[in-house]
Every structure is written in structure tokens, then in C-alpha cells.
Design a protein around this ligand. Structure first.
Ligand code: NAG
Ligand code: NAG
Ligand code: NAG
Ligand code: NAG
Ligand code: NAG
Ligand code: NAG
Ligand code: NAG
Length: 565
């Protein structure tokens, strides 16, 4: 992106010229999305997971400590954050429709950059594949060239996992010898190599780039290079702090993790439906494999960031690292995503903006040297800027656009099915590069999850649109999580807030794992909130809170959904 004419100029002149380029808003964007990654990372204070490369990025970035996905399943979440519209506006709660046809012809984040002269490139899983992105990853609207998919992904769910007896199966736990795999590689290794190839190709082009890299891990199956397991000796593994299904958990809130049950090694355990539990030794192994998969992704992120650095692009490239949603690792007796709990909705969100979240590197200075996790002895990296306000993945689009200097995006007006460019999120750019101390930037992060019935069925994890009869709307403040499961008519996308099927309220300072639902203990709940000084209309009474929540929903969630009652 910089002309080679710079070479004969004195170094400081090059530096000044570079700053002029920033002023024109021509920063590149590297947007890295992990799949099913909750913030089990060193930079999010996880005591077990080894993620030195992402931690290093975090040390130069703003780390959003309380960032939440709008729906804890891949397709709906990705369509939501890539259009900056909530699932009620994209009308995608399953995998079976394309928003441009079924909801509105909304502009996507990469499309906005493309229309501003950027070369936009997609590697791996960015949009959800299939119908949800018209079988093209929304090409050509979002991308300058057809998206890249790693050839080895076609083997992802095949029988390639070796049991002790040497036979091959489609297992959940699938640590492999990479040189024995079909094509002798793995999808995320191919993704990293392609991303690096594209960075090199973009280095000398005139136009700025927006490169999105979607890693496939730590999504199941845990098909990962076996060596990463060594980082997590099984004897060091512990169960979730709350491995049992809480007594006060409404049935509709529980997800029966059917995708995990389908893998051959889990089937062999004969785990009872819907509550299990999975045998404890196997739970430990799932956790071990998930953590190993995170370290494996970390290594791929490290390779790409080092390439960015080696190409001298770190000073002119915004880097975003995030995930589509989280993943339960046995908390509440649950696994996988498919719920409204923090473990399923909370995501890492790390934003690096050169000169904003860290000083610009001087010519030749290294920002992101690859850290080999197997040799790394450094326990802790410096902390970056930490923001504890709740934020949402719908905020990423307006934030990145603003950081890159593109025309700002206004908030969607009711109703926002209009196809004009607008956002249902907030621009977080003003929070970057600060250790936040004072007022919250907004009160709530909203998530939602659909269910087919009050009782658990085979399709409770992922009901198709026609079968949705209940929607769980969840509001997360810094102090509590409040969820209402209400009647939902999928033929008109109507939520009926008078038809409350179940409620959940968790006070996070006392119950950080969200196990003790006090929604049904109104007097107790009121007393607790008063005692904690949680300033909220709801301290008056549950009924008032419901009214408040309903108003909040009307303003934020239901802008485009017909309200009854
Ligand atoms: C959707 O918008 C794009 C531009 O953003 C336009 O090229 C396309 O024709 C529109 N499609 C429909 C069906 O309106
Ligand atoms: C979806 O893909 C089909 C086949 O490639 C194409 O004909 C159709 O126009 C696409 N839909 C939209 C809304 O672009
Ligand atoms: C991986 O497989 C290759 C080819 O079969 C073999 O040569 C190598 O020793 C294996 N590595 C390990 C660590 O088992
Ligand atoms: C496993 O636990 C032991 C005892 O706490 C500790 O010394 C060791 O470093 C741990 N191993 C790893 C790889 O974390
Ligand atoms: C699986 O469990 C059920 C009851 O929990 C039992 O009846 C059945 O025999 C078990 N099957 C196997 C193969 O262990
Ligand atoms: C709705 O649920 C029923 C019962 O689980 C199932 O047979 C049917 O296929 C589902 N309908 C759709 C459209 O998925
Ligand atoms: C909404 O739910 C209430 C309570 O179940 C019910 O009386 C009312 O008829 C419902 N409204 C609609 C439009 O379905």
C-alpha cells in the first residue's frame, strides 16, 4: 500500500508520510474470527489456557472484557455481526435463509469496505456456509474475489480419528498426526498459510485491504495436531466449577448438546438424554481437547500476526480478534452453545488500532513476534487496555468502520427492515486506548435463543424457524443476567411478552456462574439487589422491572418484531 518511492527518503520522512496516509483513513483491516471460542485466554485471566500470541496482541490492544454475541449459534451470530443487525432483523435463528431474500438487502461489514475502495478478502469460515450466505459466502456483494476454503475441510467430519486399536472413527476427540491426515494438513493450517499469502500479495498494491480470516477451531470435532494435548496433562485438568444441572434451571433454558452426542466416541458412552451426565473422565478429556484446540488456533494467529509485522503492515492495519459465540465446557451440566448463559454468549473481543491502542511502531520495531507456545516460559504478558462495560458483537461493524475513517454509520430507525446502511450496535471507537473507569457506555448486552417447546426435544438446540414457539430474550448488565422466555409465533415473527414461559435472574457478584436462578423468589431478589446497591428500576418490584425490561426490549430488540400486548 506504500509506494516504494519512500525508500530514498530519510526514515523520519517515511514515518511522517505514513502518518499522512493514516489521516486519509486508509488503514487496512485484519479481522480474525475463531469458531465457538469463549474467552478462555490468558488475556481474559483464564488460569489454564496457554494463548501467548493472542495475549501479545491483547497487550497492544483494547480488550473488551464483557463482549456478547446476539445468538449463541454460528449462522445467526455471523449474519448478525456482519450486518450489524440483531437476529430479529435478519430473521435468521437457524441456518435456513439468506437475509437479502428473507429479511432485507442489508449491507455487510466487508461490503461497506469494498464500496469504499478496499480489496475485501475472505479466508475460511467467515459467513456461515450454505443457504445462510447463498452458497457463496455472500460473494460478490461482500468480497472482491471468491472466498477461500481450505481443501482439507472436506475431511473434517469424516472417519479420520484413530482409536487405540488403530481403527478410524468420526469422534469428538480427534487429536491427530497431521502427516497422516488426508492431504497431510488441517483446515486452519491451510487458512493461516492462505492468509499470509494474501498479506504478501496485498503488500504492494495500491488499494487498502480488508482481510477476514475465519478459523474452524475450537469448534467440534477437536481434530487438532496431537502435540497440543501435551500442554494440558490430563492429571492437571479439572471439571467445570458447577458441573451439575442447577435445580432452579427452567427446562426451556437447557440445551441438550445433541451435536456432541452424535460423535462416535460419545455415542459409545451411552449418555442418557437429555441431562446425561457425561462420565467425569471423559468431561476432563473434552476440556483438555478444547483448551488444546485454543492453543492450536493461537499458534495460527501468531503466524499471521508475525507475517503482518514482517511485511511492515502492523503500523497501518487494524486487527480485530473475536469469535462467533462461546461454548459450555460442562457448566450447568451443559456442553456446546445453544443457550443464553454467559458461557455460550460471551466472546473475546480484542481490537488493535495502530497509534491508538499502542504507540506506532518505529521503523523496524517488531510488534508481533511469533511465540512458540511449547517453548514459552513467559507467564504473563502486559495487560492492554481493559474495558469492562458490556458491549455486543453488533458493535464491531460501526467501530471498525469508524477506526478506518469511513463515513460513520447512523443508528437504525424504527423499523429498520429498510435496506439503507445503518447499525443496531454502537460505535466503540471512543472506548479504545483507555482504561475505562467511569460510566458504563450502555446498560445491557442483548442475546436471544429460540426453542421449539417448553420441554426438551431432539431439536431444542437448533429448532428450524417453523418449529420455534418460544424465544428467550436475555439482557446482561455488568451486575446481572435477566432472561425471559416468551411465546413466539414464527409465522409473523411475533413475540408475545404477556406469554411468559419462564424467567431467569442471576446476580453475578454472588453467582458468577449463573447457577442460582432467583427469578421466582421476588422478595429475595428485591432484597439482594437493594443490598448490592444495584441501581435499577427493578429494585422497586419485579413487575416494574418487567416493564422496564419490556421497554428496553422495545427500544433495542423488538424494533422490527411485531409486539403483541
Ligand atoms: C442488494 O444491494 C446490492 C448493493 O448493495 C445491489 O447490487 C443488489 O441489486 C440489491 N439486490 C436486491 C435484490 O435489491
Ligand atoms: C443467490 O445465488 C443464485 C445462484 O448463484 C443467484 O442466482 C441469486 O441471484 C443469488 N441471490 C441474490 C440475492 O443475490
Ligand atoms: C506421524 O506420521 C508419520 C507418517 O506416518 C510418521 O513418520 C511419524 O513418526 C508420526 N509422528 C508421530 C509423532 O507419531
Ligand atoms: C501440571 O500441574 C503441576 C502441579 O500443579 C504443575 O507443576 C505443572 O506445571 C502443570 N503442567 C502444565 C503443563 O501446566
Ligand atoms: C445404555 O443405557 C441404557 C439405560 O440407561 C441401558 O438400558 C442400555 O443397556 C445401555 N446400552 C449399552 C450398550 O450400554
Ligand atoms: C419440526 O419438528 C418436528 C418434530 O421434531 C420435525 O419432525 C420436523 O421435521 C420439524 N420441522 C422442520 C421444518 O424442521
Ligand atoms: C399473548 O399471550 C397472552 C397470555 O398467554 C394471551 O392471552 C394472548 O392471547 C396472546 N396474544 C396473542 C396475540 O397471541
Amino acid at each position: 500500500m506504500f509506494s516504494r518511492a519512500h525508500i530514498w527518503l530519510p526514515l523520519f520522512m517515511v514515518y511522517l508520510l505514513d502518518l499522512c496516509v493514516f489521516a486519509k483513513g486508509k488503514l487496512n483491516v485484519l479481522y480474525i474470527i475463531a469458531d465457538d471460542l469463549r474467552p478462555t485466554l490468558g488475556c481474559y485471566s483464564d488460569p489454564v489456557v496457554k494463548s501467548p500470541n493472542i495475549d501479545q496482541l491483547a497487550s497492544k490492544s483494547t480488550v473488551f472484557y464483557n463482549a456478547f454475541a446476539q445468538q449463541a449459534v454460528c449462522g445467526p451470530s455471523r449474519t448478525s455481526f456482519l450486518t450489524s443487525r440483531r437476529p430479529d432483523t435478519t430473521r435468521l435463528y437457524d441456518f435456513n435463509s439468506y437475509w437479502r431474500v428473507s429479511a432485507g438487502n442489508y449491507t455487510t461489514l466487508p461490503q461497506y469496505f469494498k464500496s469504499n475502495g478496499y480489496t475485501t478478502l475472505s479466508v475460511g469460515k467467515v459467513f456461515h456456509p450454505g443457504i445462510a450466505s447463498n452458497h457463496t459466502d455472500d460473494y460478490p456483494y461482500s468480497w472482491s474475489v471468491p472466498p477461500y476454503h481450505p481443501p482439507s475441510f472436506s475431511y473434517e467430519k469424516r472417519k479420520v480419528c484413530k482409536n487405540k486399536d488403530g481403527t478410524l472413527h468420526s469422534n469428538l476427540l480427534c487429536s491427530v498426526n497431521v502427516s497422516e491426515m488426508p492431504l497431510r494438513t488441517l483446515p486452519d493450517l491451510e487458512n493461516a498459510a492462505e492468509a499470509i499469502r494474501l498479506l504478501k500479495a496485498m503488500k504492494d498494491t495500491e488499494s487498502p485491504f480488508f482481510l477476514a480470516v475465519g478459523f474452524y477451531k475450537p469448534h467440534i470435532p477437536f481434530r487438532i495436531p496431537a502435540e497440543y494435548l501435551k500442554l494440558y496433562p490430563i492429571e492437571n485438568m479439572t471439571l467445570a466449577p458447577d458441573p451439575d444441572v442447577p435445580k432452579k434451571l427452567p427446562e426451556v433454558a437447557y440445551n441438550p448438546w445433541t451435536d456432541i452426542r452424535k460423535r462416535e466416541d460419545v455415542q459409545a458412552l451411552n449418555v442418557s438424554f437429555p441431562y446425561g451426565p457425561i462420565p467425569k473422565d471423559f468431561q476432563l478429556r473434552i476440556r483438555q481437547h478444547y483448551f488444546a484446540a485454543v492453543s492450536y488456533v493461537d499458534a495460527q494467529v501468531g503466524k499471521i500476526l508475525q507475517a503482518l509485522d514482517d511485511l511492515d503492515l502492523a503500523k497501518e492495519t487494524i486487527v480485530v480478534f473475536t469469535s462467533d459465540h462461546g461454548w459450555s465446557l460442562g457448566e450447568h451440566g451443559e456442553w456446546a452453545k445453544y443457550s443464553n448463559f454467559d458461557v455460550a454468549t460471551r466472546v473475546p473481543l480484542i481490537v488493535y488500532a495502530p497509534g491508538v491502542t499502542s504507540p506506532l511502531p518505529w521503523p523496524g520495531e517488531k510488534m508481533f513476534s511469533y511465540v512458540n507456545v511449547f517453548e514459552n516460559t513467559q507467564e504473563q504478558f502486559d495487560e492492554g487496555y481493559l474495558v469492562r462495560s458490556v458491549v455486543e458483537l453488533v458493535d464491531v461493524f460501526p467501530t471498525v468502520a469508524s477506526l478506518a475513517g469511513l463515513a460513520s454509520i447512523h443508528h437504525c430507525q424504527f423499523p429498520s427492515f429498510k435496506t439503507d446502511l445503518c447499525t443496531e450496535g454502537s460505535n466503540l471507537a471512543h472506548l479504545l486506548g483507555r482504561h475505562e473507569r467511569v460510566a458504563n457506555h450502555q446498560a445491557y448486552a442483548f442475546s436471544q435463543y429460540p426453542r421449539p417447546s417448553d420441554t426438551i426435544r431432539d431439536d431444542s438446540d437448533l429448532p428450524s424457524l417453523a418449529n420455534i414457539t418460544i424465544m428467550g430474550y436475555s439482557a446482561r448488565s455488568t451486575d446481572f443476567r435477566f432472561t425471559l422466555w416468551v411465546g413466539f409465533d414464527s409465522s409473523c415473527f411475533c413475540a408475545n411478552l404477556s406469554d411468559v414461559h419462564a424467567g431467569e435472574l442471576y446476580i453475578l457478584s454472588q453467582d458468577p456462574n449463573e447457577d442460582n436462578n432467583i427469578y421466582y423468589e421476588q422478595d429475595h431478589a428485591k432484597a439482594v439487589m437493594l443490598k448490592l446497591g444495584i441501581r435499577h428500576p427493578w429494585t422497586e418490584s419485579l413487575k416494574e422491572h418487567m416493564t422496564y425490561f419490556r421497554e428496553a426490549l422495545k427500544r433495542s430488540l423488538f424494533k422490527n418484531t411485531q409486539l403483541t400486548n
